[in-house]
Design a binder for this molecule. Structure first.
Ligand SMILES: [Zn+2]
Ligand SMILES: [Zn+2]
Length: 164
């Protein structure tokens, strides 16, 4: 069902998750990607995937990282999709490679930043105006390169205020 996740990508991202995230494990997806695959678009429906994703147990967040290209509703593609405050989301690394696909470190960093972005949504954070904040909205992969993986002070304050 589309490209596979590069070896070691999920592990690397988990090991580099910034504050306030602590501890993490990799578990099997638990969803048959084929059931969410649109044959005509040759993409995976992010909405169905998110719906099928088994919810995490209490106090955990779950982020499904996939190699397949995702679309959602009328959008041609999405990097990820997360229920606001819903503690679970999906993210694809499909469009996060550098243009030539020759710099794996770019894929790692972009996937990390966008994972932190989706995790932020899963904790109730909305998009942020601060350009270097991971919660800043980016539509193009190149735009991710100006963001950091650590939340800006304002987003961190919101997390604290919300009890995280
Ligand atoms: Zn977003
Ligand atoms: Zn922010």
């Amino acid at each position: 069902m589309g490209p596979k996740l590069p070896d070691g990508l999920a592990r690397w991202v988990l090991e580099h998750l910034p504050y306030p995230f602590i501890g993490s494990t990799i578990v099997p997806l638990g969803v048959d990607l084929g059931e969410c695959h649109d044959r005509h678009r040759n993409q995976v429906d992010a909405g169905s995937l998110l719906q099928e994703l088994p919810p995490p147990s209490d106090d955990l967040l779950k982020m499904a990282l996939v190699g397949a290209d995702l679309f959602y509703s009328v959008m041609t593609y999405v990097f990820g999709l997360t229920e606001l405050g819903g503690r679970r989301g999906v993210l694809s690394c499909y469009r996060l490679r550098d243009e030539l696909g020759t710099r794996p470190e770019i894929l790692l960093q972009r996937t990390l930043v966008e994972t932190v972005h989706e995790l932020g949504h899963s904790l109730g954070l909305v998009h942020c105006v601060v350009g270097e904040c991971p919660m800043h909205r980016t539509l193009w992969a190149e735009g991710i390169d100006t963001k950091k993986e650590t939340y800006c002070p304002s987003c961190l304050a919101t997390l604290v205020k919300n009890g995280h």
